[in-house]
Structures are given as C-alpha cells and as structure tokens.
Design a protein around this ligand. Structure first.
Ligand SMILES: Nc1ncnc2c1ncn2[C@@H]1O[C@H](COP(=O)(O)OP(=O)(O)OP(=O)(O)O)[C@@H](O)[C@H]1O
Ligand SMILES: [Mg+2]
Length: 509
C-alpha cells in the first residue's frame, strides 16, 4: 500500500488554491471584487481619521485581449491615513496581516481583501504591484514594488523608492495588473459605486473605465459619523481560548481587577456579583486558575444574567440624517422614510440596524422590490436570496401596508457591527441569525407602517382629485343652466361651491 504523504501549506497558498471562497471565482467577478476590496480599504483609511474620502479609480486596458479575458491595469488613489513604510510590504504582501483585528466597526475584518486582489493579479499576469503611500506628517513618500511569495506567505520587495513630499500629500496609491472581463462586470461595478455613494454620502468617488468614460459620484455633505472606538470583549461572547489569552496578557493580580479591566461593561459591583455567582474568591490571582476553572468560568460568563448589554461606542452607524441624504441623492424618491433602531447584540457582539424605504421618483421599476443591502457601509451585491434581509422581506405580509411588489419601492438595510455575521470571506451576504432577523423585521415593519400611511393618504387624495375634476367640469354648466332657468342674470360663484366640497387642503397634495 502506498504511503500517505503530508505537507503544510501557508495561508497565501491556501487562498491561492481556494480563491473562489474570497470571491475571485471568474474573470468578471474577480475584477469587481478587486475594485471593491481596494476601495473598501481606501474608505476605511479615510474614515478612521474622519477625512471626507476622495477616491479615484482607473481601470485601463493593458496588452492584447484574448477571446474572453483581457489584461487590465487597476490604479486606486485615496486621501486616507496612508501607511507607515515599515508596514507596507506585509500589509500588501502577507495574507492574514492587517490593522483591523480589533473590536470596533470597520469594513475590513479578515486581513485578506487587498492581498487577494494583488495575489490574483500576480498569478494571472505575473507582474509586480506598486504601492505608494505617505502619512503626510513626514516629509517623504514611500513607493514599493512588491510581489507575494505565495509558498511562504511573505512579501518580496523588488524595489523601494523614497520621494520628497513637496506638497505634503497624504494617502495611498495602488497600481497593479490583473486579468478580467470588464464588459461582463460593468453593471455590477457601476452598481457598486452607486450604492457606495448612497451609504457614504460624504465621499467623492471617481471612476474612469477602460473606454475612458468618466463616472463621478459627488459628496452632498462633509458631515461624517464619528469614528468608532475600540472596545473590550463582552462577557457573553468570550470562549475558553479568548479567556486564556486574556489571562496570559493581564497584569492584574485579582479576579475583580481582571474582570473590570478586560471585559466590556463590567464594573466593580458587577464583577463582585459575578464572582459570588461563580463561587470564586475575588482576590484569587487569575494566572492561578486551573484549566477546569477556566472552562467553568467561561460557562458561567454566559449563564450570568446581570451583565449590561454592550454599548454602541464601538459602532459607527450612519444615522438617520446621513442615510436619508444618501438615498435622496442616489434615488430621488417621491417618498422616503428612514429609521435607526437602538443597539442590540448577538453572541456578545453589538449591532445596529438602519433601514430606509423609498417610493416612486427615481426608484428603478423592476416589477419587484429593489433591495439594497449594506454591512458596515459596504454594498453587498451577490447572493441576495441567501441574505437575512431578503428572507425577512419575503416573509412579510405587505398587503397590510397597502404595498404590492409591482410598486416602485426600494428597501435599504444597513447592518453595522463589530462582527458582521458574513457567511463567506467574500462578504456577500449576512447569515440568518435569529437576533439579527428579529431586528431587521421590526425595523422594516416600522418604516413600512409609515409608507402604508403615506400610500393610504395618497389614495384618498387621488380619489378626491378625481371627484373635484368631475365637479369642476359639470358645476359651471349646472350653474349656467340653473341661472337661465331661474331667469337670473348673475351666475352663482362656483369657486365657493368647489371649496365647500373639498375634503383635503392643498398641503395634502
Ligand atoms: N488604502 C489604504 N490606506 C491605509 N492603510 C491601508 C490601505 N489599504 C490597506 N491598508 C492596511 O493594510 C491592511 C491589510 O488590508 P487588507 O484589505 O488586506 O485587509 P483588511 O482590510 O484588514 O481586512 P479584509 O480582508 O476584511 O479586507 C489593512 O488592515 C490596513 O491596515
Ligand atoms: Mg480590506
């Protein structure tokens, strides 16, 4: 019998072999995902410093086209924070390396997206990427020519240049080549920009496509949500591994201090009550806990009912005003209602759901509802039918709200969380978790009720208009006729009569 052989592969080797799970499954989708990942990074880099983002994306032809694919050059420029030179090679050349493995809301979560785009470019075109960046406060711009050593998951620096930063520029420019199919991807890419503009109304986005067509989405406000603050883990979301890591790094020598300093919303009194509940001595040194005690402690952290729910300072929702501005700008609907719910939690992770429902005006007529899904301000464009919002919409009784699917209605659902329950690393759809589903459903009922009121009122106003048109048509004739019949010269004033039969004021229209 042949011997089984074993080998170890690196993280980049894994994603090289399984690029489909990160969304790079065909040339059309790959070009879309590459743009999306790098724009997301640019938006994160600007927002984390409360800078209104200015993002420029250029996709151009590079080399000969084959039957289905073409080589493109992709260049993305931003005015974000920039990256310090010592982090640039790994940030762009080492899979699962990043600055966003923190407990606060960011678009990035996996430390993967940007690298996947470059890795895909490298394996399809065999060329290096150029990353240029400055943090603005040093007088220099750093530019790296990079490739990824896929087998060892390490960056290969082919060239490094230092330039003088005369204009005090701050930001990042990424340029690389990749194989793709822009023609097929075009509708999704344009949709992506439009929807990104909707939930980032403070961003300027420019896109130049390979045919040289210029698309621009201009900001309507410079108001930005406050950047989220980093938080501590909430006791309900802690497992044995995490507890062991916290015990390893802590400098606290008593259980009370340990709980107070390493967990979200645990103060002295709660810590004391919890320790009593789990039968642990408050002065016990956490480093002296046995493995069994740690397992027991984790179970008790989940069982104890008196922990306060997480607060939302680690989240940065758009807020009703910005969401309204964004939808108004991109759809110009006849009627729009937006609503934000208070923070909620699943498995110890805080999340907030914001919803908008738009009717008429520029809302596309598709013969069904148009659903715009967002997570941490990222538009989700694929796998709609698997998403929690889609399922909620399809299970609602819309007749109750006077709504039918043939009406021009757009529904916008934004979920923000420190940990969005994505089903794939490609960030395409949100898992159907009971807590999230409940919040989305409640939120949709709220805005639909208001839309229902609007539609009922409009129906009345329409009926009334019709009634008045009939009056306006026949009353003058009746007035004329009755005046002649009564032998009077003066015809009665119909305006007064018309007013007296009017049920609604002008403002109702
Ligand atoms: N335009 C940029 N400006 C500043 N920093 C950036 C920029 N692009 C990437 N980075 C840095 O590089 C890191 C890696 O980016 P990458 O997209 O690979 O992962 P991520 O954004 O952390 O997570 P995700 O895989 O979810 O996108 C980021 O965490 C960030 O620190
Ligand atoms: Mg990213």
């Amino acid at each position: 019998m042949a011997q089984t052989t074993f080998e170890e592969i690196s993280a980049s080797d894994f994603f090289y072999r399984n690029r489909d799970i990160a969304g790079f499954s065909n040339p059309s989708r790959a070009i879309f995902v590459a743009i999306r990942e790098i724009v997301e990074n640019a938006l994160d880099a600007a927002e984390s410093h409360k800078i209104p983002p200015d993002i420029y994306v250029r996709l151009s032809f590079e080399g000969e086209a084959t039957k289905d694919t073409q080589i493109y050059k992709l260049r993305i420029e931003d005015n974000g924070s920039g990256i310090q030179p010592r982090f640039i090679p790994s940030a762009f050349g080492q899979v699962l390396y990043g600055s966003k493995y923190k407990l606060k809301q960011t678009r990035g979560t996996f430390g993967l997206g940007g690298k996947m785009a470059l890795l895909y470019g490298q394996i399809t075109t065999h060329q290096a990427a150029q990353v240029t960046s400055s943090t603005g406060n040093q007088n220099k711009i750093y530019s790296f020519k990079l490739m990824i050593d896929i087998q060892h998951n390490r960056p290969i620096i082919l060239d490094r240049k230092v330039l003088i930063n005369k204009d005090n520029w701050r930001g990042t420019i990424i340029e690389f080549t990749l194989e793709g199919d822009y023609l097929r991807a075009m509708p999704k890419i344009l949709d992506y920009f439009k929807q990104t503009a909707m939930v980032n109304p403070y961003a300027n986005l420019t896109f130049v496509d390979p045919k040289g067509r210029l698309y621009k989405w201009t900001r309507v406000t410079t108001e930005m949500p406050d950047p989220p603050r980093e938080t501590l883990p909430h006791p309900y979301g802690v497992d044995v591994e995490m507890l062991q890591r916290l015990i390893h790094i802590t400098t606290d020598t008593t259980m009370t201090d340990f709980l107070k300093h390493h967990f979200h919303r645990v103060g002295g009194i709660t810590a004391q009550k919890f320790l009593e509940f789990s039968g642990l001595n408050p002065t016990k040194n956490p480093k002296k806990l046995s493995h069994e005690e740690i397992v027991k402690l984790t179970q008790n952290l989940k069982k104890f009912k008196d922990f306060l729910p997480p607060d939302a300072s680690c989240l940065s929702p758009l807020g009703e005003e910005l969401l309204r501005a964004g939808i108004q700008k991109e759809l110009q609907p006849e009627y729009l209602v937006v609503h934000q719910r208070k923070p909620s939690t699943y498995a110890g992770h805080p999340f907030i759901v914001e919803v908008g429902i738009a009717y008429g005006g520029g809302v596309p007529k598709t013969g069904g509802f148009v659903l715009y899904r967002f997570a941490n301000r990222i538009p989700l464009l694929y796998d709609e039918a698997s998403d929690v919002s889609y399922r909620v919409i399809n299970s609602m009784n819309w007749r109750r709200y006077k709504v039918s699917p043939d009406m021009p209605i757009a529904i916008v659902v934004h979920i923000c969380s420190t940990k969005v329950p994505y089903k794939t690393v490609g960030k395409e759809f949100i898992a159907d978790r009971a807590e999230v589903r409940r919040e989305v459903a409640n939120e949709l009922r709220e805005v639909s009720r208001q839309l229902g009121h609007f539609l009922t009122r409009r129906e009345h106003v329409d009926k009334e208009k019709k009634r008045l048109t009939i009056f306006a048509k026949y009353l003058p004739r009746i007035a004329q006729f009755s005046a002649t019949l009564a032998g009077k010269e003066k015809i009665p004033d119909i305006e007064k009569l018309l007013k007296s039969v009017q049920k609604y004021g002008a403002e109702d229209e």
